[in-house]
Design a protein around this ligand. Structure first.
Ligand SMILES: Cc1cc2nc3c(=O)[nH]c(=O)nc-3n(C[C@H](O)[C@H](O)[C@H](O)COP(=O)(O)O)c2cc1C
Length: 229
């Protein structure tokens, strides 16, 4: 299986999100091709719509996005490894997402829920996984913007692992808390390989906070207090 990982972390190889993505890949038993968006030259979309009306899906801008979009099209599975920035996608990755509009068509359809979409991105059939981490101890609401965007861009049935309290993965003192979560992400990769989805039980585990909110806030505030003084 051809797997493409789009690493949208400014922390590049040191990314917490990438750590989870690599665990998922281990469970999946697949190697991947990696794109690190912050290292790429990805110009913003110019909204010229040439890709829709003149060039049959090809963007007229010449930069790294051309090569990345080719890789997206060639991949059997695309894993978007996205840390949450300002409740959404980091800007360098958002520029790429905007440019993938070239994979869509202006032609619209209305789905069973009455929501209108453009045809495209292989009609939502491209296997897509979102793996995200965030700094705040909120599952509810925190990832809504990102999930909405990903589902509307790349298909309602994408698989998503959204892990709050990402800073716990950076400390050597929290291994007993994060190691079981990483193991479950590995299991998610295995389940995805076998069934093309994560079981409800495992999804529920992955959607649960690692530490209760108050405990996390108190621990982190203690650390931040020291860092600021
Ligand atoms: C510019 C910026 C914006 C952020 N915005 C949010 C946010 O809106 N909500 C949140 O919970 N965490 C936010 N964070 C924290 C990151 O999502 C978190 O530290 C994440 O685990 C980093 O993952 P990475 O190591 O893969 O880059 C933000 C971090 C940065 C640098």
């Amino acid at each position: 299986m051809k797997v493409l990982v789009i690493n949208a972390s400014a922390n590049k190889e040191r990314s917490t999100t990438l750590k989870l993505t690599k665990a998922f890949l281990e469970g999946l038993g697949e190697k991947a091709d990696y794109i690190t968006t912050i290292d790429m030259q990805i110009k913003p979309c110019r909204a010229c719509y040439a890709c829709w009306f003149k060039t049959k899906g090809k963007c007229v801008q010449k930069d790294d996005a051309t090569m990345i979009i080719d890789k997206i099209q060639e991949a059997d599975l695309v894993i978007w490894s996205i840390p949450l920035y300002a409740y959404g996608v980091p800007s360098h990755c958002k520029a790429l997402m905007d440019r993938t509009v070239s994979l869509n068509s202006p032609m619209m359809y209305v789905d069973n829920n009455g929501i209108a979409h453009h045809h495209g991105y292989e009609e939502g059939t491209k296997k897509t996984v979102l793996i995200s981490t965030a700094g705040l101890p909120n599952i509810k609401g925190n990832f809504d913007g990102l999930l909405f965007q990903m589902r509307h861009m790349y298909g309602n049935d994408i698989t998503a692992i959204c892990c709050a309290e990402g800073s716990l993965f950076m400390s050597p003192n929290t291994q007993d808390i994060v190691t079981p979560y990483i193991e479950k992400v590995k299991q998610a990769g295995q389940e995805y390989k076998e069934n093309g989805r994560i079981s409800n039980e495992l999804q529920q585990y992955l959607d649960t906070l690692l530490l209760p909110t108050e405990a996390f806030v108190n621990t982190m505030n203690g650390i931040f207090d020291k860092l600021m003084s």
